[in-house]
Design a protein around this ligand. Structure first.
Ligand code: ATP
Length: 473
């Protein structure tokens, strides 16, 4: 598998992703999507929306604002508890997440075959995470296990402190405490506060879901893995409202649907697995993550959470507005339970890039190829005239114009055809169409498929249907 540096450099070289404001030295953990990246992102987003909203008649969408009334974040628990346990290496002044240091230590012990010690530390770790005050308990593990700083190797730590991840800003001209607001750290709360509006206006009855795709912001302290952990990122979330008691059934069903979605995007299933939470949020009655095996190890890509009636109850309490639901079928009034599916759009992009990347030996040469699912590829097809004469460019442009009605298409007439194929391989274009001398005679073109590199000869007017069949086939 490619290492992360290879993916980072390809992303930049080919215009998938650039560090934000790079001419000024960049801004940590913030990235911009280039011309190829933005197409890939649009395709992933659209596939999620289609799978979650368009294909379920009881799931509808919203698009809420990033800024919300500050009391939302009191009610949700974010003001008091949305924090990470941090520890500083006094020698290098570098800051670490205490939980991640301990996880890394456990992994190291396992690699060394010290399973018994690893199990003991793990048990202590879980206990610490579930303690009323996790920070001192995590600090004690780091001390007792003599975990050293990964950068300086020193063992000279500060104590562990909780650090809130929300970005603050202020409304209006006065930077007073009363005007303090936050950039949303998740999209879910925009859904909860509109639960009633959506149920009424969309005439939905429990069970039903509300989906949303949008930006979220977290002041992540340890952000060293490209777009895996960003300070500004996008989430694709769905909150599914059910009658109390039926949440586990919905939880299992959505978990399966979501895992299948990743597989349907062409992600290799042996690189996907479930991971149970070490610690359940105090309001959750079940939670698990989809993990992907990144070049830097198994990591979360999506969370499936059974959140009980916590969120709606808290908003009812803080707003004083009734958020109960009257169930026509059972003639009961209740606050619905919620099952959430929450996946990072950018993290999905990183997974898609890592999973697609291959280096292959072809005729004594190495070709770099991105084996994207055809529906995700930034360009679906590239059209080439074999040479720049004899009417070939004109015919190629006609085919290009026809394909553009349906797909994102590139035209390329420069260099040898073999070179042009390689360029398309490297950006993951699944189909290359070449117009040659015979096209003028019999109306056929060559279609070359990216992964097999096989070539088909088909009538030019059938190219659109040919591609369409293969995208979903
Ligand atoms: P982590 O443990 O990795 O910080 P989390 O458990 O806090 O993640 P959730 O709050 O459940 O994550 O968010 C749901 C999804 O949003 C995650 O599975 C991930 O894909 C995405 N996500 C969360 N934080 C970030 C981030 N800083 N950058 C990119 N994506 C993120």
């Amino acid at each position: 598998m490619a290492d992360l540096d290879t993916i980072v450099s390809l992303s930049k070289r080919r215009g998938f992703l650039f560090p934000s404001s790079e001419i000024y030295g960049g801004l940590g953990a913030v990235y911009d999507y280039g011309p190829l990246g933005v197409e890939l992102k649009r395709n992933v987003r659209e596939r999620w929306w289609n799978a979650m909203v368009r294909e379920h008649d009881n799931v509808v969408g919203i698009d809420a604002a990033i800024l919300m009334h500050p009391t939302v974040w009191k009610a949700s628990g974010h003001v008091d508890a949305f924090s990470d346990p941090l520890i500083d290496d006094k020698a290098s002044k570098r800051r670490y997440r205490a939980d991640q240091l301990i996880e890394g230590h456990i992994e190291k012990l396992r690699k060394k075959g010290k399973d018994e010690q690893a199990d003991a530390v793990y048990d202590r770790f879980v206990e610490a995470l579930n303690a009323d005050e996790p920070a001192p308990a995590l600090g004690a593990i780091i001390q007792d296990e003599e975990i050293r700083s990964p950068d300086s190797g020193a063992f000279d730590w500060t104590e562990v402190r909780q650090f809130n991840l929300m970005f603050e800003t202020a409304t209006g001209a006065l930077a007073e405490e009363a005007n303090k607001i936050y950039l949303r750290p998740e999209t879910a709360q925009g859904i909860f506060v509109h639960f009633k509006d959506v149920a009424e206006t969309a005439r939905q009855q429990v069970p039903f879901g509300i989906a949303q795709i949008g930006k979220a912001f977290r002041n992540e302290i340890v952000a060293r893995q490209f777009i895996f952990r960003m300070r500004e990122f996008e989430q694709m979330e769905m909150q599914y409202f059910v009658a109390p008691g039926s949440q586990m059934e919905a939880y299992e069903a959505w978990a399966e649907t979501r895992m299948q979605w990743h597989a349907n995007n062409g992600i290799r299933t042996e690189k996907l697995r479930w991971h149970d939470h070490e610690k359940l949020a105090h309001y959750a009655d079940a939670a698990k993550d989809v993990q992907y095996e990144f070049p830097f190890g198994w990591n979360e890509i999506e969370g499936i959470h059974s959140r009980t009636d916590y969120d709606l109850s808290r908003h009812q309490e803080y707003s004083g507005k009734k958020l109960e639901y009257f169930d026509q079928a059972s003639r009961e009034r209740y606050i619905p339970y919620v099952v959430e599916t929450s996946v990072g759009l950018d993290r999905t992009i990183l997974m898609v890039l890592c999973d697609a990347y291959r280096e292959e030996e072809v005729d004594g040469d190495t070709r770099t190829v991105l084996k994207f699912h055809p529906a995700l590829a930034p360009f679906t097809a590239a059209v080439f005239p074999l040479v720049k004469k004899d009417g070939m460019p004109e015919r190629a442009h006609e085919i290009e114009a026809d394909l553009r009605k349906q797909f994102n298409v590139m035209y390329d007439e420069s260099g040898a055809v073999g070179r042009r194929y390689r360029r398309q391989d490297e950006i993951g274009t699944p189909f290359c169409i070449t117009v040659d001398g015979d096209t003028g005679e019999d109306g056929t073109v060559t279609v070359r498929e990216r992964d097999s590199m096989e070539q088909d000869r088909i009538p030019a007017e059938n190219v659109r249907r040919y591609i369409e069949d293969r995208i979903e086939g």
